[in-house]
Ligand binder design. Structure first.
Ligand code: ZN
Length: 133
């Protein structure tokens, strides 16, 4: 595991949340991107070395819509940069963590990603991400 690549925040509406984070970070949103497989629209900000990823659901049955229904808007996941996602997934599996996807999948921002079940990480959803080459 390397640095915290980004922090994911679930929001009801990107059009409401983007101006708030632009003011907060004093930086413009540099990219918005839809991830159809995850039923989300994302918006990215830079904050030093780390990014902030806002996530808005595009479907009332999507994971982000369900999350907000249960817990409200707020911190959704922490994403760590990894050098080799397959090696890291194998290592974590051996340590007893439960992977939410057995094969790395396409995430936003040209990344391959894997999520760890929050049940085994003190309630925090963890994302591994590796820059796609
Ligand atoms: Zn993420």
């Amino acid at each position: 595991m390397q640095k915290v690549e980004h922090i994911g925040i679930a929001v009801k509406s990107l059009s409401v949340a983007i101006p708030i984070f632009e003011k907060l970070l004093h930086a413009s949103c540099y990219k918005t991107e839809g991830v159809d497989s995850e039923k989300v629209n994302t918006a990215f900000f830079r904050s030093g070395e780390t990014k902030i990823e806002l996530l808005e659901s595009t479907d009332p049955e999507g994971v982000i819509a369900k999350f907000i229904e249960k817990k409200g808007e707020g911190l959704h996941h922490i994403a760590f940069d990894v050098k080799d996602i397959s090696v890291e997934m194998e290592r974590l599996k051996k340590e007893g963590f439960v992977l939410l996807n057995e094969i790395p999948k396409q995430g936003a921002d040209n990344k391959l990603v894997c999520f760890l079940h929050p049940k085994h990480t003190n309630g925090v959803l963890i994302e591994l991400c590796m820059e796609r080459k």
